[in-house]
Ligand binder design. Structure first.
Ligand code: FAD
Length: 289
């Protein structure tokens, strides 16, 4: 199928883009990498009358260190995340996750902003952002506001983004040196969304886990923060019984739908397996514990 007709707009600034989205109203949509939106338009599942292309908007690019963390512009591509020495050094979980998204062609076009703003539970970055305690900077007609990634997702394709608002950047607090990070994703083949996936960040002292954060991808209508699973591993040396208990706690909050990737029961089970694998990998990556 080919998309329905639309008018193409190419603003040069955030203010101009927000102004267009406000004046064109509900029938307008931002266009970032187009790797989710264009397929939806081809399937006629999205029929925007106006596309506001963010490709020429200044202020949406760059990966920068700022006090307390890293700021990633919404238009930074997944390929740029993979190529960033700063990300590889300080936030390797982002690189791990980006490398498991689709294929190199999609990653060259697809952006961080599009991935987290989309609201598709199959997108990988939202759970990673929840795990990291990231916040999203949203620009709208009344200025900027910041929303925690943990509060942003309300349902499939339903987020806290208001009409006329643009996600301009993601702010990520930097875990202190020594944290272990991992993203484990089960998928049927290259280019597929997760059957289930888990993000883990933890710290440890003297061989025991001191802090932990765990989040899940594609096993519920939204990404899930697995708080009980994280609580259960803190204070332990990640013995077999703890791994089993953390997996069970993650499975208890998962609510996957049956689809081509498997039955709901299978996908819930895989959520537990991904949590166990990500915990083991992250624990093995803790430095100096
Ligand atoms: C074959 C294939 C396989 C894929 N596999 C995966 C996968 O395994 N994991 C995964 O996470 N993703 C996957 N994707 C999706 C891909 O990562 C997309 O790039 C991403 O979901 C959307 O990013 P985009 O920049 O392409 O956004 P677009 O497609 O341009 O936009 C997506 C949505 O977000 C909105 N939007 C975009 N930018 C902004 C912004 N700055 N502010 C407000 N709203 C905005 C758009 O209006 C639209 O509604 C796959 C895509 C394809 C084609």
């Amino acid at each position: 199928m080919i998309p329905g007709p639309f008018t193409y707009h190419r603003p040069a600034s955030i203010e101009e883009a927000v102004g267009l989205l406000v004046s064109l109203g509900e029938e307008s949509r931002p266009l970032a990498g187009g790797q989710s939106l264009i397929p939806m338009m081809k399937l006629r599942m999205a029929t925007p009358e106006h596309l506001v292309d963010l490709g020429g908007v200044a202020g949406l690019k760059g990966i920068d260190v700022e006090p307390g963390g890293i700021r990633i512009g919404a238009a930074v591509t997944q390929a740029q995340v993979i190529g960033s020495a700063l990300i590889a050094d300080r936030l390797p979980i982002l690189r791990d996750a980006a490398l498991q998204i689709a294929d190199p062609q999609v990653r060259t076009r697809g952006t961080i902003g599009g991935n987290v703003a989309n609201g598709d539970p199959g997108n990988d970055m939202p759970a990673v952002m929840q795990c990291l305690g990231a916040s999203y900077v949203l620009a709208g007609p009344s200025g900027e506001r910041s929303v925690a990634a943990r509060d942003f997702y309300l349902g499939p394709y339903f987020t806290l983004l208001e009409p006329g608002e643009l996600l301009v950047a993601v702010r990520i607090p930097l875990p202190s040196a020594g944290h272990g990070q991992a993203y484990e994703k089960l998928k049927r083949k290259i280019g597929d969304y997760a059957t289930a996936a888990a993000a883990v960040i933890l710290s440890a002292t003297a061989g025991r886990i001191a802090t932990a954060s765990i989040a899940l991808t594609n096993v519920a209508p939204t990404p899930l923060l697995a708080e009980e699973a994280a609580r259960l591993v803190v204070g332990t040396s990640l013995d077999a019984a703890t791994l089993k208990a953390a997996s069970a706690a993650a499975k208890a909050i998962a609510d996957p739908a049956a689809d081509g990737r498997g039955t709901a029961e299978y996908r819930r089970e895989m959520a537990g397996v991904m949590v166990a694998r990500a915990l083991v990998k992250a624990f093995g990556r803790v430095k100096g514990a």
